[in-house]
Design a protein. Sequence first.
Lengths: 155, 166
Amino acid sequence: MAIISAGSAVPQLTLKNEDGSDFTQEDLTGRTTVLVFYPFAFSPVCTDQLQVYEELLPELAEQNAVMYAVSTDASYSQIAFKEKLGVTIGQLSDFEPKGDASKALGAYFEPAGMTNRALVVVGPDGTVAWSHLASSPGELPGVDKVREGLAAVTA
Amino acid sequence: MSADRRGPVSGPHVSGPEGAPGVLLYGDATCPRCQLAVLRLRAAPVRLTWRHLVLRARGPRPRALAGALEAAGRQDAFWPVLDAVVADPSRTEDPDLWALARRLGLDVERFDLDRRDEGTTAAIAADLADGLQAGAVGTPAIVVGGGAVEHGVPDDAWIDALLQRA
């Protein structure tokens, strides 16, 4: 599955915010959005990734950018995960229909039935500015990758 | 205590024989994997450099321990303190750190002030920024010879390969 490429319009999608409300492609306009796709809440590698990305939030705010973490876990699991990690990164659930939004963006890992490790940066106009798919779910993109994605919005 | 009693900002924190293969470890002293990495690398014939990778999300203790290590470093006791933490990671609350500082013959009052001061905070923040820029996405994060960051605990095979490459 290929990750959505830069220059593409974000397709129709529906995720769930932590409060159960819908998060759609329309919520991706007006500011830069960094979508962080991670395989599973409570998996050790994902733990490290989100705690590291938490350090980037002030930098994102300075650029009118917001970060969301996306997985196929249910919101309740994501919220518990977020609290355990001590992070504030907003969680978006792709639980039902499972993985639909992730599939639409090419960020789903079919062999394991889970979200792949991927980053998608959407510019304020709702167009994908940059994307990155890890070579395997175990490969973690560093903050340098997030910065690369942010730079693509202003380029 | 006045500022002029404080030593210079400590670090870089390096141990091991000069000329041995260099290993740069970005770590969090509260992280069990980092503790294991330190145990193995300290026992190996490598030149180990420690830098802090303290993430806010992990709560106050990683910062507290990093501060204690920096303060110990100003009294030339960085490695004895890190070794003690690694050897007994269940004793890292403040009273444990004060007792450790006393046991090592440190000036405890100075140690306690140094671990909270601006220089220490700046050193820890600089380490974090460098670690993240280097590509660290967790702890321990290990860099050898300016190469890509590796994550995980070095095992015997990893250390043997490093020594053979040298």
